[in-house]
Every structure is written in structure tokens, then in C-alpha cells.
Design a binder for this molecule. Structure first.
Ligand code: A3P
Length: 319
């Protein structure tokens, strides 16, 4: 009957039945939706966000693939946007994990809530998401809001994600697959929010098409020159640093506050968790570029390199 058809839970279960499914190497369920492998855990919130989220022109959306630098980007953007509200020594980041300070669409806002009150978060809103560009709620793609994407070398992403999932054990009873099997799945694009090349290309092409609305950053560039990237983010969100601020060292202060060493060593990030699922400490492992060489063989690195050359060919995206 139509009554049954209109039950969101039934509709959701019916849709789920039609989708290709896989088990990630750590035991978590993945479903393939519009060409992307989504964590089943997040599928319902993602659908709700797509259906109900209304972006505002003043929103800033932080988009990433997991383990590409989300935590860092959250800390930076929050600090830049709120620098006139909180002095550095009173920053909420000193007492809260960055994931508490900047909520995620699928983890926080729509987690267990079909259609939450959008006023729960005051304007101007900073929100994060792992949703691929093509799959974002229409209102994000159609509004004048800003999107900041941070990408990272997929080899480091893979290793970082490997550690993160082993540390947090989402599927309690699962026996994780060995590294080489997990790597093979990654290269096939079967990983949370994969294939990584499509995730990166979606935002890359959006950036090329509309650079005023979509900023494309690289984790490696942030590591190399944080100061100019902090300035870039500030300009992009429409609040560039004044000459006075620059003279006072505000750019340096924000960079230092959000640095890996500083955040990792804060009491708040040494204990506690996000949503009872992810240890705060697990978001701060090594924070380096190229740690993958300590875990992957040259053949594995070559495989990803070839994959990227093929997939990124002609796009202008270089990794
Ligand atoms: P590693 O596992 O390589 O150390 P995400 O924030 O997207 O979950 O990504 C986590 C990765 O970013 C981890 O990488 C983590 O250590 C690193 N990271 C977290 N905070 C950082 C910061 N402030 N500066 C640099 N890297 C950071």
C-alpha cells in the first residue's frame, strides 16, 4: 500500500536491496551508489542530507576523502573564520576536538535524524563532508556557498586509513584482511568513498569550472607552506587578513594553533572520542608526507602511480 511505500525505513531498505554491496577489508559494509562505494553506516544520513539539506550562500563546506586532512582543514577554517570571535588563547579548539567544533553532514547533522532543524548551527556555518562532488545535495552545488576540498597522495591516504580503521575497529568481530589484500581493494576503488580517483576528479573538475566557489588544496602543499595556504583560505572565504593582522602575526598564530604537534598534544585530543566510534587520538597519528614508503613496496607505489596516470590523464590534476 502507499502507506508502506511512504515509510522512509521501508523505502531505504528497498533501495538497499537493489545496490551492489561489498565488505571493506576491515569488515565494514560498503554499498555502491551512483558509482561510489559508501559506508553502509553513513548511507542513510547521506540520503537524508541529499534530500533535505538547504545550503546558504554563507556556508563553507569542507570536503575530503577520509584521511586526507579533514581534521587539519576543520581546525584551520574554523580558526580563520572565527578569528574575530575567539582570541587564539581562547579558541574552542583548545578544549574540543576539531570534529566537535566543525560538524559533518553525514556524521553529525543527519546521523540518526531524517530532517534536523537547520538552525541548530548558527550562521555562518562551516560543515564538513566526505560526499563526492557529484553526489552532494543539489542545494550545495546550486547555491553560492564555498567548497574547500583537500586532497592527499592516495598512497598516504591508504596507509593513514589502514591505521585509523585498525585503531578504531568499527566492525568488532571482523578479522581484518592483510595489507596486500586491502591494497588490492583500494586499487579497484573499493574503499570508503572510493574510487579515490573519481572523488578527487569530481572536486578537481568543479574547481576548474568554478574556482571562486571551489578551492582545491593539497595536504602536501599545506605541509610545505602553511602560511600562504592559511592566507589563501581566508581570501577564499571572503575574509582576507588585513595588513595589521599580518603584522601582528595572526597568520602564524593560527598556523601554530592548528599544527599537528599542537593539536596532538592537547589534553582533549589524547582521550575521548567522536560519536563513541572514533578515538580523538586516532585523528593524530604521524602527520607526515610519504609515510607510505614505510609500509608499501615499490611495486605497490608503481601500481597507484600508473593508475593515477591513466585516470588523471588530460585533467591537469597531478599527483
Ligand atoms: P597520518 O595517519 O598519515 O598521520 P583526516 O583528518 O582526514 O581524518 O586525516 C587524518 C590524517 O591527517 C592523519 O594522517 C593525521 O595524522 C593527519 N593530521 C591530523 N591533524 C593534522 C594536522 N593538524 N596537521 C597535519 N596533519 C594532520
Amino acid at each position: 500500500s502507499s502507506e508502506v511505500d511512504n515509510n522512509p525505513e521501508d523505502e531505504f531498505q528497498a533501495l538497499l536491496q537493489t545496490l551492489e554491496q561489498q565488505t571493506n577489508w576491515d569488515g565494514q559494509r560498503l554499498v555502491k551508489y551512483n558509482g561510489f562505494w559508501l559506508l553502509e553506516l553513513l548511507f542513510r544520513p547521506i540520503l537524508s542530507a541529499r534530500k533535505y539539506f538547504k545550503a546558504k550562500a554563507t556556508d563553507v563546506i569542507l570536503s575530503t576523502m577520509p584521511k586526507s586532512g579533514t581534521t587539519w582543514l576543520k581546525a584551520l577554517t574554523f580558526s580563520i573564520a572565527n578569528r574575530s570571535v575567539f582570541p587564539i588563547d581562547q579558541s574552542p579548539l583548545l578544549t574540543s576536538n576539531p570534529h566537535k567544533v566543525v560538524p559533518a553532514l553525514e556524521f553529525n547533522l543527519y546521523w540518526g535524524k531524517e530532517n534536523p532543524d537547520p538552525e541548530l548551527i548558527p550562521d555562518p556555518r562551516i560543515l564538513s563532508t566526505h560526499i563526492p562532488f557529484e553526489m552532494l545535495p543539489d542545494s550545495i552545488r546550486e547555491s553560492d556557498c564555498r567548497i574547500i576540498y583537500v586532497s592527499r597522495n592516495p598512497l598516504d591516504v591508504f596507509i593513514s586509513h589502514r591505521h585509523f580503521l585498525l585503531e578504531n575497529k568499527f566492525a568488532k568481530d571482523a578479522v581484518p584482511l592483510a595489507l596486500d589484500e586491502a591494497f588490492d581493494m583500494f586499487c579497484q576503488g573499493i574503499h570508503p568513498f572510493g574510487p579515490f580517483w573519481d572523488h578527487m576528479l569530481g572536486y578537481w573538475n568543479a574547481h576548474l569550472k568554478n574556482p571562486e566557489r571551489v578551492l582545491f588544496l593539497k595536504y602536501e602543499d599545506l605541509k610545505e607552506d602553511i602560511l600562504s595556504n592559511v592566507k589563501k583560505i581566508a581570501e577564499f572565504i571572503g575574509s582576507p587578513f588585513s595588513p595589521e593582522e599580518e603584522k601582528q602575526g595572526v597568520v602564524e598564530q593560527i598556523s601554530r594553533l592548528c599544527s599537528f604537534e599542537n593539536l596532538k598534544n592537547l589534553e582533549v585530543n589524547k582521550s575521548g572520542n567522536v560519536l563513541g566510534l572514533m578515538k580523538n587520538s586516532s585523528f593524530f597519528r604521524k602527520g607526515e608526507v610519504g609515510d607510505c614508503v614505510n609500509f608499501l613496496t615499490p611495486e605497490m607505489a608503481e601500481r597507484i602511480k600508473n593508475l593515477m596516470e591513466r585516470e588523471f590523464q588530460g585533467s591537469g590534476l597531478i599527483y
